[in-house]
Design a protein around this ligand. Structure first.
Ligand SMILES: [Zn+2]
Ligand SMILES: [Zn+2]
Length: 396
């Protein structure tokens, strides 16, 4: 069994300096030119074959093992968020309104360190490692699709064909020391919807001559709450959230229309189907019964992120040995957040795991996407050790 914990510890100064450099210079999705440039430079310095421009700003590195075997893709996301940083850290973002508030600076640094370790170990690898540094995980940022799909369009899963994947997230919902490796679904599938409720406007004092979309909207917002409580089994999970509601312009005018937007989150395909079906029935049924016309668009953002049982079990075994002092959670950790690695894991079996990274004694416990988000850098060592050890073991 491979155990690279000592190497990960020894390389910590490198991982940390890379992470801090990325943190100081954050870049939004599909704009990761500086970050991608550094990634390419570091991989090339190891004599790893680099291809730039996969999925616009994505970078792919190919490491061939000494013996033939399967191709394992290791994925690290590189993008930052449009948030103005308020951490006051010595490595605070130098770019106003852009911040690494999700930890992807750490992921990129982990990826480069894993590349160093596996490159030294390549004589013992049976197969190839495809290092996938992905842009724009946080959304499409003006493009048609997000980073994972964009890289897939450019063939990141082909030539050589990818057989398996590993990926991770530093996780501030959990303390340093916690490591989550689960089989089955780990992150929710996400849908975005927009509903137009079209009525007939008029005077606020003569409602009988109007078809009031405000009253219809209020009824719809209330009625869809019954989907999760009445149509989804108590043992399953789903979220239906209406997050924007717009309509009206004056106190004495009943508007022509009201628009609603929101999101649906599910893990299970059948539950997803059921929730979407009921959502449409209720929105249309309630709206039309009140005389309104309903137009609705539902768009799939990401499918649920589902881990392959065999790959996850392998990572669990490695984690229990390499990170024996950590609190390993294999019980099926679920989060309603969404993650575009789900698109790749729909195509190839993979394991996406979580590395606990908060440290409340040092105030490093703000949630992801908060302007004060920061994590305990000690978590980087665990991420590197588990990723490198699992990769080497899978290709042995
Ligand atoms: Zn995020
Ligand atoms: Zn993230």
């Amino acid at each position: 069994m491979s155990n690279f914990l000592e190497q990960a510890k020894a390389l910590f100064p490198y991982t940390q300096s890379m992470r801090r450099d990325f943190h100081i210079h954050p870049e939004l999705g599909f704009r990761e030119l500086r970050t991608g440039g550094i990634v390419a430079r570091e991989l090339e310095a190891l004599d790893i074959e680099v291809t730039k421009g996969i999925g616009k700003t994505g970078v792919v590195g190919m490491l061939e093992g000494a013996k033939p075997g399967p191709t394992l893709l290791l994925r690290f996301d590189m993008d930052a968020l449009p948030i103005n940083e308020e951490t006051g850290a010595e490595y605070v973002s130098q770019t106003p309104n852009i911040m690494h508030a999700c930890g992807h600076d750490g992921h990129t640094a982990i990826g480069l360190t894993v590349a160093k370790i596996l490159n030294e170990h390549k004589d013992k690898l049976a197969g190839n490692i495809k290092f996938c540094f992905q842009p724009s995980e946080e959304g499409n940022n003006g493009e048609e699709v997000g980073g994972a799909e964009m890289m897939m369009r450019d063939g990141v899963l082909d030539s050589p064909k990818v057989d398996m994947s590993l990926s991770l997230h530093l996780w501030n919902e959990k303390p340093l020391g916690w490591v989550g490796v689960a089989k089955g679904p780990v992150m929710a599938g996400a849908e975005e919807f927009k509903v137009r409720i079209i009525g007939k406007g008029g005077h606020g004092a003569i409602p009988n001559q109007t078809i009031d979309p405000v009253v219809a909207a209020a009824n719809i917002v209330t009625a869809v709450q019954s989907i999760v409580s009445r149509n989804v089994s108590p043992l399953e999970t789903a979220v239906v959230s209406i997050t924007t509601i717009h309509g009206g312009s004056a106190f004495n005018v009943i508007p022509q229309e009201v628009t609603l937007e929101g999101t649906i989150r599910t893990f299970d395909k059948r539950v997803r189907q059921k929730v979407l079906e009921r959502f449409e029935q209720i929105v249309k049924g309630v709206g039309e019964s009140m005389g309104c016309q309903i137009e609705m668009v539902t768009k799939l953002l990401t499918p649920a992120l589902v881990n392959d049982d065999a790959v996850a079990e392998k990572v669990q075994q490695i984690a229990s040995q390499v990170l024996s002092e950590s609190n390993l959670d294999t019980a099926g950790y679920l989060t309603m957040g969404a993650e575009d690695m789900a698109f790749m894991q729909e195509k190839v079996p993979g394991c996406y795991f979580f590395i606990g990274s908060n440290d409340s004694s040092r105030n490093l416990d703000y949630g992801h996407h908060h302007p004060k988000f920061d994590f305990d850098e000690e978590a980087l060592v665990r991420g590197v050790a588990l990723m490198a050890s699992a990769a080497a073991d899978i290709l042995t």
